[in-house]
Design a protein around this ligand. Structure first.
Ligand code: PGA
Length: 249
């Protein structure tokens, strides 16, 4: 059985004051049958890890460099994330692909580094509106998967997040059928590449405008093992609604 995962991506939001949200979240779920992960900005990661220490909530990074160390001004290695207390890292988010020109092979190299360091890599894939309208969604996702997911992936170190670019931060969400079609496709691709055992054990998250009000129905879709949540993860009141929906799913 795949353990469900509610993951929050704070993006470039949050200073010290935001740690109180994390504290409230950790207090709300002293024990849990699902995984709850928050990925704060790198500046907060170490303190965030202190806040959730000895609780069920874990913290992660939003990016890492492919190299272990060296002359890469402004970058952060996977080992540094681990040292700061991270258990996972989001990689290949569409905002990184767009803002920083990250290509599939960059994401794959980063994912290798993350896995080598003992982190879970949450690899994001997703189509633009133009690609969906041209009926290219599955081709795009398939290409991103084969380009970005490293060979060393297992059910333990890989999580795939399907995030349609047009649904991120827009309040627009694909239909449940559309979500199901892509998640089934991703599962199928993973089984074909890594074999049934591994393919079936990788967790698949849906991301893009997940809110307490739509979480229930999204978590009812087959092969949706949780969510990657942006805006609604910033306030514990909202994120708890999503965690509660996943606990019931
Ligand atoms: P959103 O972002 O929940 O604000 O749409 C999701 C994401 O980018 O991971």
């Amino acid at each position: 059985m795949r353990r469900k995962l509610a993951a929050g991506n704070w993006k470039m939001n949050g200073t010290t004051a935001a740690l109180s949200e994390l504290e409230a979240l950790a207090r709300a779920y002293p024990t849990s049958s699902i995984d709850v992960l928050i990925c704060p900005p790198a500046t907060l990661l170490h303190r965030a890890a202190e806040v959730v220490r000895d609780t069920e909530v874990t913290v992660g990074g939003q990016n890492c460099h492919a190299a272990t160390a060296g002359a890469h001004t402004g970058d952060i290695s996977a080992d540094m994330l681990v040292d700061a207390g991270a258990s996972a890292v989001i990689l290949g988010h569409s905002e990184r692909r767009e803002d920083h020109g990250e290509q599939n092979e960059d994401v794959r190299a980063k994912a290798r580094a993350a896995m080598d360091a003992g982190l879970k890599a949450i690899i994001c894939v997703g189509e633009s509106l133009e690609q969906r309208e041209a009926a290219n969604t599955l081709d795009i996702i398939g290409g991103q998967m084969s380009g970005s997911i490293p060979d060393q992936s297992t059910g333990e170190n890989l999580i795939v997040a399907y995030e349609p670019i047009w649904a991120i931060g827009t309040g627009k969400v694909p239909t449940l059928n559309e979500i199901g079609e892509v998640h089934d496709f991703i599962r199928n691709r993973l089984e074909r590449r890594f074999g049934e055992g591994v393919g079936r054990s990788v967790r698949l998250l849906y991301g893009g405008s997940v809110k307490p009000s739509n979480a229930d129905e999204i978590f009812g879709v087959s092969n949706v093992d949780g969510a990657l949540v942006g805006g609604a993860s910033l306030k514990t009141r909202d994120f708890s609604g999503i965690v509660d929906a996943l606990l019931k799913a």
